[in-house]
Design a protein around this ligand. Structure first.
Ligand code: GUN
Ligand code: ZN
Length: 428
């Protein structure tokens, strides 16, 4: 058993439904853990800690559940901060050339190791991750994630057209490679598999059909793809699939829209598409840093909430320009401001924690400090910089401290990241 003392904040429900009651704040609390799982979170004055149980004193830090990144590409670490293009040109110019290196096992291992350490350094403990088309890219990723005891979901990219030959598989190899990876890695310890067609333009009908077949055979794997990110992309999809009503119906047609399906971006959607996503119990990943960096558009959070669609946050590295969920929340706030909405800090905190876990259908394992959950958490330092220290000193309540951390914070605020109750300070 281990215990941790500090200030705790977590969500027990969606603030969009439950308001401020969705959150629980314990100014001076003790988190008791056993074998990496939560036993209890109580006020320090009422806690009973076994005599032989060590208590780590994190007083002055804000302890929150580990952040959940619901859309990110590990092979794009070296594409981050590439100048001057929007989506389709960005893919051709920077991304496709870089992804070709992941046929090489050593490149994949080294990049996955860097990527996972960088996530932890930023307080992210779970992510839904794109590999490349190469089977070895996913094998290397899972190997590194397993070593770090992280809860991670990843998948081999499926793409058999409109991409360089070196990055194309076939419907058949897409199916057999994915199947082998599922058998080897899905539900192994904390790891899960996602069937990952890149996006509609890079898969043939035959390949999308194979993706649907995999979901039928393995109903508890995830489906991870992109949807309605950029106007030129949307026009291209309309011309490639003239028989389909809209972008989402391409995926629906092949049985890809259901619970555990996660659609990155989802910017240019109709009311009908939002309602169908809700009906199917699918989720979207909002990626504000990426949407601004490659100029894709402004995500309509109100429409998502009105339709009752689950929304997580994604960094979308390398379209996005930061690993930090705090930076991501900062940009999400500004995207809503531009649409006349002031995004409530508790709502964005929810999206980065329990909401992200719910979007991935992992909320029975992670997302808050409820007894029995896996004990991944982050110690945030409200005094990490002089400016933050000055601003949080005049914060009148925990909501103001939280908002200041989210607007001014980044990896410098991550004092430590705990995986299954163990500090990662020593390993990073
Ligand atoms: N659409 C298809 N592929 C990609 C990708 O790698 N990144 C982003 N942001 N959008 C995509
Ligand atoms: Zn992406």
């Amino acid at each position: 058993m281990r215990a941790f003392r500090g200030s705790f904040l977590h969500c027990l429900a969606n603030p969009a439904d439950a308001g401020v009651e969705a959150a629980s704040y314990v100014a001076d609390g003790i988190l008791l853990t056993e074998d990496g799982h939560v036993v209890s979170l109580t006020q320090a004055s009422k806690a009973s800690v076994p005599a032989d149980c060590p208590v780590q004193d994190l007083t002055g830090k804000l302890l929150v559940p580990g952040f959940v990144d619901t859309h990110v590409h590990y092979p794009q670490v070296d594409v981050i901060a590439s100048y001057g293009t929007q989506l389709l040109e960005w893919l051709e110019t920077y991304t496709f050339p870089r992804e070709q290196h992941f046929e090489d096992r050593a490149t994949a291992e080294q990049t996955a190791a860097f990527f996972l350490d960088e996530l932890m350094r930023n307080g992210t403990t779970t992510a839904l991750v794109f590999g490349t088309v190469h089977k070895t890219s996913v094998d290397a990723f899972f190997t590194e994630a397993q070593q770090r005891r992280l809860r991670m979901i990843c998948g081999k990219v499926l793409m058999d057209r409109n991409a360089p030959d070196a990055l194309c598989d076939t419907p058949e190899t897409a199916y057999t490679d994915s199947k082998e990876l599922i058998k080897q890695w899905h539900n192994k310890e904390r790891l899960g598999y996602a069937v990952t067609p890149r996006f509609a333009p890079t898969s043939s009908n035959e390949q999308l059909q194979k993706a649907g077949l995999l979901l039928k055979e393995y109903p508890d794997v995830h489906l991870h793809t992109h949807l309605s990110e950029n106007m030129a992309e949307c026009d291209w999809v309309a011309s490639l699939f003239p028989d389909q009503l809209d972008y989402l119906s391409v995926y629906e047609h092949f049985g890809l829209v259901r619970k555990r399906s996660v659609f990155a971006h989802s910017i240019h959607l109709s009311h009908s598409e939002w309602n169908r996503l809700h009906k199917a119990d699918a989720a979207v990943a909002h990626c504000p840093t990426s949407n601004l960096f490659i100029g894709s558009g402004l995500f309509d959070l109100r429409a998502a909430q009105k339709a009752g669609v689950k929304v997580g946050l994604g960094t979308d590295i390398g379209g996005g320009d930061s690993f930090s969920l705090l930076r991501t929340i900062n940009e999400a706030y500004k995207i809503q401001q531009l649409q006349g909405v002031s995004l409530n800090p508790l709502q964005s905190f929810y999206m980065a924690t329990l909401g992200g876990a719910t979007a991935l259908d992992l909320d029975s394992h992670i997302g808050n400090f409820e007894p029995g959950k896996e004990c991944d958490f982050v110690a945030l330092d409200p005094n990490a910089t002089e400016l933050l220290s000055r601003r949080t000193a005049v914060a009148e309540d925990w909501q103001s401290t939280l908002f200041a951390l989210m607007m001014l914070g980044d990896d410098r605020c991550i004092y430590d990241t705990f995986i299954m109750g163990e500090s990662s300070k020593l390993t990073l």
